[in-house]
Design a protein around this ligand. Structure first.
Ligand code: ADP
Length: 169
């Protein structure tokens, strides 16, 4: 049984085995959570991302997939990078958003991570509506078999936190 917890704050300050980055497919950094993770985690994370680009992901990490690197100077063992889908006028591919959570948990299981922190993937620059993103996140984590003991959603602001509280009901 996986415990789901909610925290309002900055994911880069969390002490967990693995924290999930809402990356973009280039794996070379960006704004939002991605920028914050690289700033606080230091250059080792980017160096490993560059090696992944050069070896396995020459065309970028596909949307909905996940891959782990070191967590550099963060208080975690790994960062799991996943690429959320973009919300376009009228909709987005919810199966791909669900895949981000499922694949990140699969990678976490491979690593042996017991505590995993997630941001609200796709709800920033990628514009996914918060309420729907929270629904997909919570439903997917609840329905994914995993040895992860705690999934901690780390929500940056009140709006995100409240949406996840409503979903956990
Ligand atoms: P995406 O490109 O997947 O939309 P973003 O990083 O732009 O990713 O935003 C995803 C969510 O993460 C947004 O709700 C944003 O407010 C939130 N966020 C931004 N910085 C942080 C942080 N340091 N810790 C946790 N959440 C964050």
């Amino acid at each position: 049984m996986t415990l789901i917890t909610l925290v309002q704050g900055d994911i880069t300050g969390q002490s967990v085995d693995a924290l999930v980055n809402a990356a973009n497919s280039s794996l070379l950094g960006g704004g939002g959570v991605d920028g914050a993770i690289h700033r606080r985690g230091g250059p080792e994370i980017l160096a490993e991302c560059r090696r992944l680009r050069a070896s396995r992901y020459g065309r970028g990490l596909p949307t909905g997939q996940a891959v782990a690197t070191t967590a550099g100077e963060l208080d975690a063992r790994w960062v799991i990078h996943t690429v959320g889908p973009v919300w376009r006028t009228g909709g987005g591919d919810a199966a791909l958003l669900a895949s981000c959570y499922r694949e990140s948990l699969r990678v976490a299981d491979e690593l042996g991570a017991r505590t995993v922190a997630f941001p609200a993937i796709s709800t920033g620059v990628y514009r996914w509506p918060m309420e729907d993103a929270a629904r997909v996140a919570v439903q997917t984590v609840r329905s994914t078999p995993t040895a992860v003991e705690e999934v901690r959603f780390v929500l940056f602001d009140d709006r995100a936190y409240d949406a996840f509280v409503r979903q956990l009901g």
